[in-house]
Design a protein around this ligand. Sequence first.
Ligand SMILES: NC(=O)c1ccc[n+]([C@@H]2O[C@H](COP(=O)([O-])OP(=O)(O)OC[C@H]3O[C@@H](n4cnc5c(N)ncnc54)[C@H](O)[C@@H]3O)[C@@H](O)[C@H]2O)c1
Length: 251
Amino acid sequence: MTEAQHFSLDGQHGIVTGGARGIGFAIAQRLIAAGASVTIADQDSDAVQQSVQDLGTAARGCVLDVTDEEQVTAMVQGAHGAHGRMDLLVCSAGIVGRNAFAWETSAEEWRRVLEVNLTGVWLCNRAALEPMRAANYGRIVNIASIAGKEGNPKLGPYSASKAGVIGMTKSLAKEVADTGIRIHSIAPAVIQTPMLSQVNQETIDYMVSKIPVGRTGTPQEVSALVHYLCSPECSFTTGSCHDISGGRATY
Ligand SMILES: NC(=O)c1ccc[n+]([C@@H]2O[C@H](COP(=O)([O-])OP(=O)(O)OC[C@H]3O[C@@H](n4cnc5c(N)ncnc54)[C@H](O)[C@@H]3O)[C@@H](O)[C@H]2O)c1
């Protein structure tokens, strides 16, 4: 039995926002290896096209901005319409925002990070819950961050948005806990992806220095955890935030 045959997702369909690169792409690869088909939903149309080509026939693309309510509704309806089911949602789309002290940050910069990282996740969760509630089944995983638990200096809007994702996930999970739907967040520490190009070296060094395992994580390590959380076997846990931080946070 191969790794992917455990926690089989045979015949299931899922959406991965931010799936065109980084952690989202690795998750899409993993879900497909486990038997699912995946809608890659991302704002970068070239990257969507490339990733769908790389992932093969089990992948379809959807170009959208997760902050746009109508586009999010269309994304879920399109995935459900194309596959006749909507079992999985992984929200990986996110931005870091500018590295700056609070007193150097504009309200506009604050709002944009909150809009993408928190409101965008809420919009996608709310839309996906419609077909999931109708089917009495679903798995949702929201990618938060260690920054949402610990707070990283000069990443105030990012840290606040990720703390918001952790809290919102707990709330939503309890709203549907008496159904077949399970919702979790995860809190990765530094993971080697293109997102790191938005962060200065000083901040990366600070974050790695806090990790007892002494290195950055890989998108594949994150995708293994998400695979379990997306599986039918993940049935008696919901609402929790799962740590994947190399020991930086043990809660
Ligand atoms: N890389 C890390 O160290 C790290 C650590 C903790 C948490 N995270 C979180 O993991 C998630 C994925 O991070 P990553 O490192 O893979 O980032 P990435 O920058 O490599 O990929 C993010 C993807 O999200 C897409 N995206 C951004 N804004 C969007 C929008 N408004 N609508 C649709 N798509 C949008 C981008 O086009 C991109 O393809 C993010 O939520 C991030 O905050 C990352």
